[in-house]
Design a protein around this ligand. Structure first.
Ligand SMILES: NC(=O)c1ccc[n+]([C@@H]2O[C@H](COP(=O)([O-])OP(=O)(O)OC[C@H]3O[C@@H](n4cnc5c(N)ncnc54)[C@H](OP(=O)(O)O)[C@@H]3O)[C@@H](O)[C@H]2O)c1
Length: 324
């Protein structure tokens, strides 16, 4: 059976952990040819024990994307991966606004690409996570060919990353992800998760403000994992280099109010606790684009995947989470 080497950069983050679990348990079957994965992942802080226990067969490597320290050890012990999925980033827009230089150094994966260039063969597939925040937010259902006009540092670092990858690596898929939601990771991540945050805020029985004029296409984490596995299968089975840019959103365009309403409906909370306000009424310390809903037809056609409706994703998320 063909062994496929996969490296998840940022394997300790929210998406990274979900992805590692999926790779560890999946044996994709492409064109009747089974293949299994040799798994490795990078972390920056200490890797959490629940994650290590859940995927004992994987190799953890400490890497700092800012400097590239740690990549050489991977070359020496794991070798060149067939696939790298880059989930590492400073992913909180406010943190990027506070320290743009660090955000740029980590979010533009130049050390990772330079490391890939150090191998003789330029055939690793690099799957890179970008964001819907590359778009300006002035219209609905952005397409990939719409011009990227980021309004904050986070979005600017992601546009710079997309450009760097497409100019310096020949085999890549860039996923412009919307808000990622779903169950908590195997080792709980420090940042608050969107559905769980709404759930705990409404559970207090007090009124909570939500924006009625900010729109996103949130994507269920397991759909994003399916998309990454589909890209993996395509590369391994066809061996055809790709230069793909895909909007990776869920099936629905929803406002923050609608996001909260779906949670309230599932939990049976009083929907009058949801107080609609304009995003312009709040100072979040970072500019946030108003409507960055995305047209996902290229994703659906290219990979034959169909993300779940937002309401169903909320049900899937909360049915495995304890009530707050
Ligand atoms: N979450 C969302 O709603 C969302 C929406 C759109 C796009 N995205 C993008 O999707 C990707 C995954 O997001 P996520 O929410 O899963 O991210 P996350 O939970 O914030 O995880 C970030 C990862 O980056 C690693 N990291 C941080 N600084 C590093 C450094 N200096 N060197 C190496 N690694 C470093 C962290 O390692 P340690 O844990 O070891 O510190 C962690 O594994 C990111 O590119 C993000 O921008 C996310």
């Amino acid at each position: 059976m063909k062994k496929v080497k996969v490296l998840v950069v940022g394997g300790t983050g929210y998406l990274g952990q979900h992805l590692l679990q999926a790779y560890a348990h999946a044996i994709p079957n492409a064109n009747g040819t089974p293949f299994a994965f040799d798994l490795a992942f990078t972390h920056h802080s200490s890797p959490p024990h629940p994650l290590l226990d859940a995927i004992p067969s994987s190799f953890p490597f400490q890497v700092d994307l800012k400097t590239g320290v740690g990549f050489e050890t991977i070359s020496n012990t794991f070798g060149q991966p067939d696939i790298v999925v880059n989930c590492a980033a400073i992913s909180v827009p406010r943190a990027c606004e506070t320290d743009p230089a660090t955000a740029h150094a980590i979010n533009v994966p130049s050390s990772l690409v330079q490391w890939l260039q150090s191998f003789g063969k330029r055939n690793t597939l690099l799957i890179h996570l970008s964001t819907d925040q590359v778009y300006e937010g002035e219209k609905s259902f952005y397409k990939e060919e719409d011009i990227a006009v980021p309004v904050n540092v986070y979005g600017k670092t992601k546009v710079a990353a997309e450009r760097f990858i497409s100019e310096n690596w020949p085999n890549f898929a860039i996923l412009r992800s919307s808000i990622i939601y779903g169950p908590q990771a195997i080792s709980p991540v420090p940042k608050s998760l969107p559905i769980q945050w709404i759930d705990s805020a409404l559970a207090k029985g007090e009124k909570v403000q939500f924006f009625h004029d900010e729109f996103r296409c949130p994507i269920y984490v397991k759909d994003l994992v399916t998309i990454i596995l589909a890209l993996t299968s395509q590369w391994i089975s066809e061996g055809k280099q790709m230069q793909l840019l895909l909007n990776a959103g869920g099936a629905d365009r929803v406002s923050r109010v609608q996001m909260a309403e779906a949670v309230a409906q599932f939990r049976g909370y009083d929907t009058s606790l949801i107080k609609p306000v304009s995003a312009s009424s709040a100072d979040r310390g970072v500019k946030s684009p108003a409507d960055i809903s995305m047209d996902i037809s290229r994703l659906v056609q290219t990979l034959k995947v169909q993300p779940v409706a937002y309401e169903n994703g909320v049900r899937l998320t909360l049915s495995t989470e304890a009530k707050q």
